[in-house]
Design a protein around this ligand. Structure first.
Ligand SMILES: [Fe+2]
Ligand SMILES: [Fe+2]
Length: 491
């Protein structure tokens, strides 16, 4: 007779034994588990936030998979993709290239929980997390593969992480660090709690809702299906934080504060432009800032309060950055459009600009003048003046361009000298992140460092594009061929 889950769950979830053939410190090195300073028995308090058996898990996941597949094949037959707005398509290409391999990296992170987490309850949940992330990477690849025939840019779903494209290097730098390089405890705080439980909502809930409004039911459906898994396995962060708060609250505070800022900067790059510039105007729901306030700011404040943590010291600067950080990134990305593998939408037609002004009262003063100059150059047919000639300095932590993280056109020099080398940062906050653990970032060369070191040859834009893997068939250009600029009266 089959027992009910509740009859055996209590025993199986905590199945462990005392190691006698090997030294426990060798079987579970603290460099992998992250348990330094936390006594072994403290982990007995780690209670899994959700209960699932393998049998239930497989059944539910099977249903989810069947759902995604049914929608995708029906829509494929209906030829829906061809009817989508090209600026919206760009958002899906940016998402696929930027996140597919992150899902795959998350498989490795979850498998570290399975093997090195300090309690069998957590190791058990890691198995489900690992299966989730395998599914996500595969869903993305199937989505990209099906659309390859329509647009070679979907090749970058898989390809992006095997290139040196500068934005992808920034994504990789964060996730290499908080998924592949982090011990279990840190990964639970930085990835599970901060990214998966918080920031993925911007990408997977907000963007899914915009995608649905834009008519991209297939992609919206895929994002929502992934999010149901994220919402579940992200909860591994909470019991970990609870244990750490009893034994090393200072470490918890620093780990969360670093992760929160680094995530903010990355999502300003990945999601900010997609929501406020690429999504067709009439389909937009909330602005990026509104969504951040509702889903990230409130949510993070609540977690900090519940667990007895303080707001990060940089909170005011972070709030200011919600007004400008992603607008600066968008302007920079559009300007450097040949270095992208999607076609960005400038998103500043007169109507779109009115929307931006309404949502961001300082937008016109901060960015209007620069876009006016671009518009004048386009109208005069001087396209060379709308393209980059020099390279920006990149931040040694975020790998994003300097100037504009917290205030538009910021020129203040944030730097640290470490072991005789000078490192520059996009903000005082990124400098602080570096200073918490310089050895962690010091060995990395940004794309521009590599350029200056002569690793990119020939040392011009063509050489850089080839080095980044950007071929003419995918290289970015304005998605509407500058039609928006012509809507303005000739200067
Ligand atoms: Fe995932
Ligand atoms: Fe995840």
């Amino acid at each position: 007779m089959l027992l009910n889950r509740d009859d055996w769950y209590e025993t199986s979830r905590d199945l462990d034994w005392t190691l006698s053939y090997v030294d426990p410190a060798e079987a579970f090195p603290t460099s992998w588990s992250g348990t330094d300073g936390v006594p072994a028995e403290a982990w007995q308090k780690w209670e899994e936030p959700f209960r699932v058996s393998y049998r239930d898990y497989v059944r539910i996941q099977h249903e989810k998979e069947a759902g995604v597949k049914a929608v995708s094949s029906a829509l494929g037959r209906a030829g829906l993709f061809e009817k989508l707005d090209p600026a919206h398509v760009a958002a899906s290409q940016l998402h696929m290239g930027g996140t597919c391999m992150v899902e795959h990296m998350a498989v490795t992170m979850q498998s570290r929980f399975c093997r090195f987490a300090p309690t069998p309850k957590w190791r058990n949940l890691g198995v489900f997390g690992m299966l989730d992330e395998t599914r996500h990477a595969q869903l993305d690849m199937r989505f990209g593969h099906e659309l390859l025939k329509a647009d070679p840019r979907f090749d970058w779903t898989l390809k992006a992480f095997h290139t040196n494209e500068w934005g992808i290097v920034a994504v990789k730098a964060l996730f290499d660090d908080i998924m592949l390089n982090a011990d279990c405890v840190e990964a639970a705080l930085a990835t599970s709690l901060t990214v998966e439980h918080g920031f993925t909502n911007v990408q997977f809930v907000a963007l899914a809702s915009d995608a649905m409004a834009a008519g991209d039911i297939n992609w919206s459906n895929l994002l929502s299906s992934i999010q149901t898994d994220e919402a579940r396995h992200a909860q591994q962060g909470f019991p970990t934080l609870e244990v750490l708060m009893e034994h090393d609250p200072a470490r918890a505070q620093t780990a969360l504060d670093v992760a929160f800022w680094r995530s903010t900067r990355l999502f300003q790059t990945l999601t900010g432009p997609a929501m406020d510039y690429y999504t067709p105007l009439e389909k937009r729901k909330l602005s990026f800032k509104e969504f951040m306030l509702e889903w990230i700011v409130n949510h993070h404040e609540r977690i900090l309060e519940d667990y007895g943590l303080k707001k990060p010291w940089y909170w005011d600067e972070f709030m200011r950055s919600l007004e400008t950080g992603h607008h600066s990134m968008h302007l920079g990305m559009w300007w450097f459009r040949p270095t992208l593998f999607w076609k960005p939408n400038a998103g500043v037609s007169p109507d779109e600009r009115a929307w931006l002004r309404e949502k961001y009262p300082t937008w016109e003063a901060d960015f209007g003048g620069i876009w006016d100059q671009i518009i004048a150059n386009v109208q005069a047919g001087d396209m060379a003046a709308t393209l980059p000639e020099t390279l920006p300095v990149l931040c040694a932590v975020t790998n994003l361009p300097l100037g504009g993280a917290c205030a538009p056109h910021e020129v203040m020099d944030h730097k640290t000298v470490y072991n005789g080398r000078t490192y520059r940062f996009d903000s005082n906050i990124s400098k602080w992140c570096f200073d918490q653990d310089p050895a962690r970032y010091a060995g990395h060369n940004t794309v521009v460092d590599r350029f200056l070191l002569g690793e990119i040859q020939p040392m011009d834009l063509g050489g850089a594009l080839a080095w980044m893997g950007l071929t003419p068939d995918v290289m970015g250009d304005d998605v509407y061929s500058y039609a928006w600029a012509k809507e303005y009266a000739q200067a």
